[in-house]
Design a protein around this ligand. Structure first.
Ligand SMILES: NC(=O)c1ccc[n+]([C@@H]2O[C@H](COP(=O)([O-])OP(=O)(O)OC[C@H]3O[C@@H](n4cnc5c(N)ncnc54)[C@H](OP(=O)(O)O)[C@@H]3O)[C@@H](O)[C@H]2O)c1
Length: 295
């Protein structure tokens, strides 16, 4: 387990134990409250702690960028992995590398998550993982052009990939997690999900969906031991912008870019402390508040 998770568990337990012991001396009511708090501590600790053996994380879009960074970090934490994307060669290579480096089990699941049959196949595989502890709905794509002129194919694919696949896989993962009383789902959205940008109409809309979906889902799962996060990165160094002809990376100030590894660290730290909307990007936080202020 990492120092980060340890520190979080220790600080949560320490604070609440101190609180409980103070309260317990005063009244029977306080004793009952203390017992309830202790149960909460146990439950919180159980949720945050990496189990001793064979917890599994499923990561979509693991063949590059943020998804690959999640896979590396989770393997280092000791998770077994199910890695999903279209480029099987990349998934196989990463799975083999991580299995050898960390002694975990890693499986490559080749799937196009814009395809209904593939999504159902992955959903079935995810539902069947007996100890699924984390699902990272990360696979994503960009598309260019004004909506009324753009090819409709990529626009619809984006809705399928960002919205339908994420919803389907979350639905497949959750019953087991709720039954076990532990687990987490990270939906990789974007700061664009708080915005309404021309020529990014569907990107903003689909990422906005993931933010609202995550927030409402977390409310629904209150007390179930399952955490949900909408991860909202800003500009991140990955392959994402490579195919976007109209996007010139060199024209975006360097200071606005983050490494994928830093995004993943912020996400997992945030998940451990129950952060439902995680914006790992300082500049992103201010642009989000500006966007909210201007409606
Ligand atoms: N980079 C940024 O600046 C940034 C900012 C905010 C949010 N994000 C979000 O972060 C997530 C990860 O993107 P990234 O930046 O890491 O970009 P990336 O390096 O291009 O990775 C995208 C991943 O999604 C997978 N993918 C794409 N289409 C797929 C499909 N139809 N079926 C299955 N997998 C598919 C790709 O794998 P295959 O091609 O092998 O299928 C790849 O592994 C996305 O949701 C993106 O919207 C990125």
């Amino acid at each position: 387990m990492t120092d980060t998770s340890n520190a979080l568990i220790t600080s949560t337990s320490g604070k609440e134990t101190q609180l409980n012991s103070k309260q317990a001396v005063f009244s029977v009511g306080a004793a009952v409250a203390a017992a309830a708090a202790l149960m909460l501590i146990r439950r919180t600790t159980q949720r945050l702690a990496k189990p001793s053996s064979s917890a599994t994380a499923a990561v979509t879009g693991a063949s590059s960028g943020i998804g690959a960074a999640f896979a590396r970090k989770l393997a280092a934490l000791g998770y077994d992995l199910v890695l999903v994307a279209r480029r099987g060669d990349r998934l196989e290579a990463l799975a083999a590398e991580l299995a050898a480096a960390y002694g975990i089990r890693a499986e490559a699941l080749v799937a196009d998550l814009t395809d209904d049959d593939d999504v159902e196949r992955v959903a079935g595989a995810i539902a069947a993982i007996p100890n699924l502890d984390l699902l990272v709905n990360n696979a994503g794509m960009g598309a260019e052009g004004r909506f009324y002129q753009a090819d409709i194919g990529p626009q619809v694919d984006m809705i399928r990939l960002h919205v339908l696949a994420s919803v389907r896989l979350a639905r497949a993962a959750l019953p087991g997690m709720v039954e076990r009383g532990r687990g987490g789902i990270i939906n990789v959205a974007s700061v664009a999900g708080f915005m309404a940008l021309p020529e990014d109409v569907n990107y903003c809309a689909t990422k906005g969906y993931l933010i609202t979906f995550s927030k409402a889902l977390q409310l629904e799962l209150t007390g179930a031991g399952v955490r949900v996060q909408a991860l909202c990165p800003g500009f991140t160094h990955t392959e994402f912008h490579d195919d976007l002809r109209e996007f010139d990376k060199a024209r975006t100030p360097k200071i606005l870019w983050m490494p994928a590894e830093a995004v993943v660290e912020a996400s997992l730290r945030g998940l451990a402390r129950g952060e439902v909307v995680c914006i790992p990007w300082r500049a992103g936080r201010s642009s989000v508040s500006q966007a909210s202020a201007t409606g």
